[in-house]
Design a protein around this ligand. Structure first.
Ligand code: DCP
Length: 230
């Protein structure tokens, strides 16, 4: 860990451009993004932004995440509009360090979650179109691009077990089938690259194993970030 800190510290001194090297950590629900991010949060030259789930759970006293799972056809647009806003807020937030690492992005919200609601017939067409128009406008008018995507690749069965074990109340009725659909959307986007445009090069990591077995993967990610900056 100290070696990594020292390397990143040197890297920071070498940085000449002001836009941070921006990394998106992507993967299915329960793939370990939050824990993965915590490792990088400890490094002094990195700023991490966890996904603002707590903001989604309390929007002026209303739990939008819960509303979405309770009645996706009615509240999917409400929830995803707010997700889009909070993700944009993180994308454009200025940082004073050379590396910015975000948990998810506005891209996975659109290409995985909104796509899933739409494909499953749970989001009415006009709701989808309104969200998509907003998304296209944002991508055109704001800098939401990244430099690297770290894809925590899992199987739906593994993340299903993790999701049940952590027992987030809103997710209690999320079936394996829902995670399978999200998995396929992540796979087509980031692994097979057959669906939507990737906003950055992708580093794929086997995230079925526990994080304590992933130290070499973490170092690999560090190296990738460092090399790209060199
Ligand atoms: N969610 C959603 N639509 C989005 C983003 C997230 O419906 N555009 C939902 C899915 C989950 C919750 O919000 O119920 C949080 O999802 P994430 O997979 O982004 O975060 P986790 O905390 O599950 O990630 P991890 O377990 O990998 O740390």
């Amino acid at each position: 860990n100290n070696a990594v800190k020292a390397k990143l510290s040197n890297m920071a001194k070498d940085i000449k451009h002001s836009k941070p090297f921006t990394v998106f950590v992507e993967g299915n629900i329960g793939s370990g993004k939050t824990t993965f991010l915590k490792h990088f949060a400890a490094l002094e030259n990195v700023v991490t932004f966890a996904e603002p789930v707590e903001r989604w759970r309390n929007v002026r006293g209303k739990n939008f995440l819960d509303l979405m799972y309770t009645d996706p056809s009615r509240w999917g647009i409400t929830f995803q509009t707010f997700v889009q806003l909070t993700m944009l807020d993180l994308h454009i937030k200025p940082v004073d360090r050379p590396v910015k690492i975000m948990e998810r992005s506005i891209h996975s919200a659109r290409y995985c979650f909104v796509e899933n609601l739409h494909e499953s017939g749970l989001m009415p067409e006009p709701d989808f179109v309104a969200l998509d128009e907003w998304f296209n406008w944002i991508v055109k008018n704001h800098d939401v691009a990244g430099n690297l995507i770290i894809y925590l690749r899992t199987t739906p069965e593994v993340v299903h077990k993790r999701m049940l074990a952590r027992a987030r109340s809103e997710e209690s009725c999320v079936p394996l089938e829902y995670l399978e659909k999200l998995h396929q959307l992540h796979e087509n986007w980031l692994y097979h690259r057959t669906s939507f445009m990737c906003p950055a090069p992708v580093l794929v990591i086997d995230a079925n194993k526990d994080l304590d077995m992933m130290s070499s993967d973490l170092l690999n990610c560090e190296a990738k970030i460092r090399d790209s900056l060199a």
